[in-house]
Design a protein around this ligand. Structure first.
Ligand code: NAX
Ligand code: ADP
Ligand code: K
Length: 511
């Protein structure tokens, strides 16, 4: 499913009205009716319900007037609150209808707002701002939103909770916390990215009669099973381990032996033919025999951290493998920096770079240039902090616009970027996928190492960088969601996400 910016939605609306000739009031009528239908479906008999409908000056308010008209037929207590009589042209049509119906319409001011605190509404409909919000919410608008958030009513937001930026999901000063949001045609980015996604409550997407033909190709989509390329997961009978990829995981140190094992375990559990773990002996000795499928390659170390000389002794072996995962738990050191630079200069193997590999990129301009020039497929898997280090910006800047940041990283290194977070963004610089699976039970050290292992193994099975990234992110978060069906967020462990890949693969393959 596409995810739209406000500009894309406006263009679609414009085409529907000017090229196809569907009047704006028809779309508004349909939008308002959809919201009414949802309320009716939820609550059934509305007769005794006390309902407040808040309408702004724009078309979002117009949708609110339509909802109010239908609600008037159902309940004896519908109050409509407006900020201004001077509303948009289409909204005016519906405001006039309400006036002709002698509806209870009140113009908001401080005094009225103070009185509202003594009233009790069962339902509030929020039609204050939609995709037309342009600046921070202040003054009376702010106070009304604060009032809505303080009330006990069940809140329905039209299109997007008022105050949420539809292009980023960020709060512009203050925003409504809805129980349910009904958006039209396709979700907007602000409905999908946090905190907007949280403020939406349950999100419902409704068709309002805009023909699909006015939609030009949109590059941003929600990552769903339909978007995955699962054909390559099919295993023909006449195959052997060499057909499924040989992976080299360069990871681990005395300090983080677990990171390397999580990564390598996730690799072997994601279908690669062979998995070699290149790690300092101190790291390997802690785990080795518990993971019999992993082939270990000890790298000479100093103080528990890999050395460049140690790596060079084993590099010919690594060169014969199909994919490299580099970074989990290596620690940041000059030696690690030298190894990555050496790989980028001398290897031609698809590579996944995570954790301390990303830190090398953040600290070393030469590594950045070499990565840009590196010819084989490359996938970076930063979380927000790692992304901010590479782009030399504050982590808050990444949080404000993760889509842009993922695109920037992808273009900077000509790579596939998996920007990890509560909503993980995947992009190859052209297409963007937003993952909506997963849960806060994954917010634990080690979850990222697991993802690195999965994506590396899938890349080794003949996938393109983008397809591997999509499949891996989906499987990783689906596995955690399946765990949540019988566990709690507190108890889900990254190692269990690996174990449970059994079921995630099964669901993805069998549907
Ligand atoms: N053809 C269409 O465009 C359709 C639009 N629809 C609805 O229309 C909405 C978009 O309508 P609009 O483009 O009129 O935009 P909005 O109704 O979201 O808001 C625009 C109005 O709010 C004011 N405003 C913006 N930011 C403000 C701020 N921070 N403080 C105070 N005032 C502020 C603007 O000056 C303008 O008057 C959608 O979200 C959707 O609900 C639906 O009716 C379906 C069809
Ligand atoms: N609240 C959340 N909802 C969904 N997924 C999450 C959430 N928090 C973290 N994750 C996922 O868990 C993983 C965490 O990765 P990362 O921060 O690199 O962990 P580590 O480096 O400790 O292994 C990412 O894939 C991320 O998308
Ligand atoms: K709204």
């Amino acid at each position: 499913m596409y995810v739209l910016t406000s500009e894309q939605m406006k263009q679609i609306d414009k085409k529907a009205t000017s090229e196809i000739g569907i009047p704006e009031v028809v779309l508004m009528e349909n939008a308002g009716f959809c919201v009414f239908e949802e309320i009716k479906r939820d609550l059934g008999d509305l007769k005794q319900k006390r309902i407040a409908v808040f309408c702004g000056k724009g078309n979002n308010g117009g949708d609110g007037f339509v909802v109010a008209r239908y609600l008037l037929e159902q309940s004896d207590n519908v109050q409509i609150f407006i900020f201004d009589e001077n509303v948009s042209a289409s909204s005016k049509v519906f405001l006039n209808i309400l006036k002709n119906l002698s509806a209870n319409i009140q113009v908001l001011n401080e005094e009225l707002l103070a009185r509202l605190y003594h009233e009790r509404f069962d339902i509030i409909v929020d039609g204050i701002f939609g995709i037309g919000l342009v600046r921070d919410v202040e003054g009376l608008y702010r106070k009304v939103i604060e009032y809505i958030n303080s009330s006990e009513a069940y809140v329905y937001s039209i299109d997007i909770p008022s105050g949420v930026c539809s292009d980023t999901g960020q709060i512009k000063g203050v925003a409504v916390k809805a129980n349910k949001t009904i958006t039209f045609m396709y979700p907007k980015i602000g409905n999908i990215l946090y905190p907007g996604a949280y403020l939406c409550g349950k999100l419902i997407v409704k068709d309002i009669g805009i023909p699909e033909k006015v939609v030009e190709k949109i590059s941003t989509k929600i990552l769903s099973r339909e978007e995955l390329n699962i054909e390559k997961l099919y295993r023909y009978p006449d195959t052997h381990k060499g057909d499924y990829g040989k992976v080299g995981v360069v990871a681990g140190s005395k300090f983080f032996p677990g990171a390397s094992v999580l990564c390598a375990n996730a690799c072997v559990k994601s279908g690669c033919g062979l998995c070699f773990l290149f790690s300092p002996i101190e790291s390997l000795s802690l785990h080795n025999f518990r993971n019999p499928e992993i082939i270990t390659v000890a790298i000479e170390s100093k103080d528990g951290v890999v050395t460049f000389e140690g790596f060079k002794q084993k590099e010919e072996f690594l060169k014969r493998l199909d994919v490299i995962a580099f970074g989990c738990g290596l620690t940041s050191s000059v030696e690690v920096e030298k190894i990555l630079i050496h790989i980028l200069k001398n290897f031609q193997i698809p590579i996944v770079i995570d954790a301390d590999g990303l830190n090398v990129l953040a600290n070393n301009k030469e590594a950045q240039t070499l990565l840009h020039e590196y010819k084989a497929p490359k996938i970076l898997t930063p979380h927000y902090k790692e992304a901010s280090r590479i782009l030399s910006c504050d982590v808050s800047e990444v949080a404000k616009n993760p889509l842009d940041v993922a695109l920037q990283l992808s273009k900077k290194f000509d790579c596939v970027c998996i920007l990890k977070g509560a909503r993980t963004i995947i992009t190859d610089g052209n297409n963007i996928y937003i993952n909506i699976l997963g849960n806060p039970g994954m917010a634990k050290g080690g979850s990222g190492d697991v993802l690195t292992g999965i994506v590396t193994a899938i890349l080794a099975q003949g996938y393109s960088g983008l397809d591997a990234a999509k499949l891996a992110v989906y499987l990783h978060s689906l596995s955690a969601d399946i765990l949540l069906e019988r566990k709690s967020m507190q108890t889900i462990l990254p190692s269990e996400i690996i174990e449970n890949l059994d079921f995630a693969f099964k669901r993805v393959i069998e549907g």
